[in-house]
Design a protein around this ligand. Sequence first.
Ligand SMILES: Nc1nc2c(c(=O)[nH]1)N[C@H]1C(S)=C(S)[C@@H](COP(=O)(O)OP(=O)(O)OC[C@H]3O[C@@H](n4cnc5c(=O)[nH]c(N)nc54)[C@H](O)[C@@H]3O)O[C@H]1N2
Ligand SMILES: Nc1nc2c(c(=O)[nH]1)N[C@H]1C(S)=C(S)[C@@H](COP(=O)(O)OP(=O)(O)OC[C@H]3O[C@@H](n4cnc5c(=O)[nH]c(N)nc54)[C@H](O)[C@@H]3O)O[C@H]1N2
Ligand code: SF4
Ligand SMILES: [Mo]
Length: 855
Amino acid sequence: MSAVRTTCAYCGVGCGIVAQPGEGRALTIKGDKEHPANFGRLCSKGTWLGETVGLEGRLLHPMIGERRAGWDEALDLVAKRMGDCIAQHGPESVAFYVSGQLLTEDYYIANKLLKGFVGTANIDTNSRLCMASAVAAHNRAFGEDVVPGTYEDLEAADLILLVGSNTAWCHPVIWQRIEAAREAHGAKLVVIDPRRTETAERADLHVPVAPDGDIALFNALLAEMRDRGLLDLGFMDAHCELPVDFLADLSAQDHGVDPDVFARLAELVAANRRMVTLFSQGANQSVCGTDKGNAVINLHLATGRINRTGAGPFSMTGQPNAMGGREVGGLANMLACHLGFSDEERASVTRFWNAPALCAEPGLKAVDMFRAVHDGRIRFIWVMGTNPAVSMPDAGFVREALDRCETVVVSEVIAETDTAKLADIRLPAMGWGEKDGTVTNSERMISRQRTLMSPAGEARADWRIMCDVARRLGYGGFDFDHPGMIFAEYAAMTQLSVDHGKMLDLTAWACCSIEDYDAMTPFRWGGEHPLQGGFSHADGKARIVAVDAPKAAAVDPDFPLRLNTGRYRDQWHTMTRTGLSAKLSIHRREPLVEVHPADADRFGLSDGGFAQVGTRWGASVYRVAVSDGQRSGEIFVPMHWTDLTGKGRTGKLVHPATDPVSGQPGFKNVSATIAPVEPEWRGFLIARDAVRPETAYWAMARVEGGWLTEMAGDGAIDVDAILPEGERCEASDKARGMTRIVVRADNGELAAVLYLTRSGKLPERDWVAKQFTDEQASSLELLAGRPAQPAEDRGPLVCLCLDVGEKDIREAVRGGCCKLGEVSDQTGAGSNCGSCRPLIAKLIEEETAAAKIDA
Ligand SMILES: Nc1nc2c(c(=O)[nH]1)N[C@H]1C(S)=C(S)[C@@H](COP(=O)(O)OP(=O)(O)OC[C@H]3O[C@@H](n4cnc5c(=O)[nH]c(N)nc54)[C@H](O)[C@@H]3O)O[C@H]1N2
Ligand SMILES: Nc1nc2c(c(=O)[nH]1)N[C@H]1C(S)=C(S)[C@@H](COP(=O)(O)OP(=O)(O)OC[C@H]3O[C@@H](n4cnc5c(=O)[nH]c(N)nc54)[C@H](O)[C@@H]3O)O[C@H]1N2
Ligand code: SF4
Ligand SMILES: [Mo]
């Protein structure tokens, strides 16, 4: 097979990839130099996609309970359960919970089936947890869910504000484009985030705003611009509607940001008309997320910084097809093609689909949907491409809901996930590299994801599975045989959007043939500045929306801390795919709770120890990392670990409180407490197969050839329960309560190594992990926990691609390299995917500072 142009599986940057399929399921991945989202760049996750497309863990056949079933039997059963449910309890008893990781074609079918034919709008998506507030803010301000600029605006801007975005980790190729713009013309970067993230560390100014302090901050900025006479009254007059006295009423609300920092921020904003504000989950995932979005947009509208090169508010999408889902109406409160539920809009949709039962009103949003599952209003739920038992807030409740539900269908690529374990029927879906269709990225660019390999086992495309069920239910309108046919229908349907005065217009593709579809090159709807000719409200004007800072909640004495949750650079959500990559697991092998030194003192926590984080909703255990990058009183944990990978599952800690407009949960600001966990022993195991010990703490990560499980607990540990069969060598030191065991299989290969201690030090994980793939590995050395001839210690691995350690980089700096490019040239670090560049920059800074002190 020759190389194929496709799109990355992960984030909403939507990078183009050139993939060269090799033997079996091997893939060589390169950035697509012609793709306008990345022009050849890729981050670590895209670069290592090849490590995540094997058959390991895949769901290969339809399963009814634990029994393998044929497709016909499984589809018959899904259709029967769904049909019976509709007949006995009405359409509202059925729900779909879908995902921004489905392709546009899948999403279109899901939405058409449920909203048009079953007759309920109970279809919501994990984008509710992600983009819903941005969508609502766009709708309020612009009259339509439109991102008013492109990545090129970022590059043209003189000032970039990042609000609640850890761009260097979560949208790394946008980050690289920002880096390039700063180098090219000195664009200034401000990061507004309570934490000093790696992104914030690289900024010209970090504004450590209080959690949910953004509205007050943006209102204060707007007041400041008014006082300086920098509002664009002409633009507002021509293009905006605003509440009477809005400008006069603006007051410098108490934003709690240090006055000097605020003054510098205001100076930058005042001085740079070419300003882009990028926002993501620190804005959206909040009980006031919609207002935050509008606070940002207000500043841009009032200063006329929108609809022109280098200026605009810019909501970054999280998932690869969050935007595509929004276009085809994946959210419960929208119809396809950006339409709402007015009589006229509903009539248009009914006519277009020839829909027998178009839903009358918006359906239940994610959090409410699972409440309805819990209390029995919903009796049939079909989950596709998402893992709500981990990723929903109050995930314990969501599990209970799924457990009680009469029928849970899960379409998955992976056989065992926390959600799939609760399914009555599991359907194997084609994954990235197998499936074929389109995605839309943050800047409205539509690209093809293309087939690179044959499906795993009996996996089928998500759209095909749904069409097969729709036909079994007797619905017409689902006779598609190729994703290109679905795309053509959807493109034709965007005529409705045009008819109702919206910008979403793909009608040029309405009659596309399969050949056209297959030859599609990336294209953008709406052009560069779609709202330039007028906003989508009936009068063509934008709305400035008065938004007020939320009232400070009283501190709960039992839960005095603010819990913030988010992402790691190299893991994707619930780790079902990135968790399979040894390379991607190096960056963070455990879930850390990051704690300010003052809080560590206050709560008796030590760096490297363990702690339980508790909220009114649940408790989980993490490794402690003391860090002055946290504000005191606030702690941070990652969202990635699950019951299948450890004790640090975060979703169960999060309150189910949502934004009143968008229904998006506030994942980033939860009342919490923390307490030390002091297990009697701790240690780690590396074994060929995954081991899940039932200990006070454990966390699992992939290493080359096996799995590394960190663990800690009390009392005796039953090593027989966790070690595989084979010949054992053992060393122990009673005084230090240390046990070391090496297990070899019959053929002499290493099967497992276990290290436990009560008080001593544990060996270097990286070294032990390396022995695992070394045929010459010596049991004696492994029992000693170190090599007989110490190899040169290169420190923690920084550059995964070129295999460069921290010490190499520090040495290069001491040897005279003082710029990133120089370090890169000398060591190779950061010269491939570039995800480690912020870390290298930090090391350079540290070394240069140390040199100054020495001198
Ligand atoms: N590596 C990686 N990349 C990803 C993903 C992944 O799982 N892993 N997922 C993708 C998806 S779906 C998404 S949605 C995006 C998310 O991308 P981001 O939004 O960048 O990621 P998060 O880590 O969730 O949160 C961003 C920041 O918001 C800050 N924050 C918290 N509260 C506040 C607040 O009140 N105000 C402000 N201003 N900031 C606050 C947090 O401290 C955090 O640093 O990433 C996408 N890219
Ligand atoms: N605490 C906390 N929780 C959060 C967040 C947070 O910041 N903090 N962020 C929220 C956000 S922004 C998001 S987007 C969500 C993400 O949360 P989820 O969507 O639950 O996370 P994923 O692990 O991406 O789940 C996708 C699932 O789909 C499967 N899959 C992959 N490809 C396909 C496919 O083609 N077809 C099918 N049928 N299945 C497929 C994967 O194996 C995986 O199990 O998490 C939300 N939850
Ligand atoms: S930035 Fe990284 S994860 Fe996102 S699309 Fe590009 S390569 Fe994929
Ligand atoms: Mo997301």
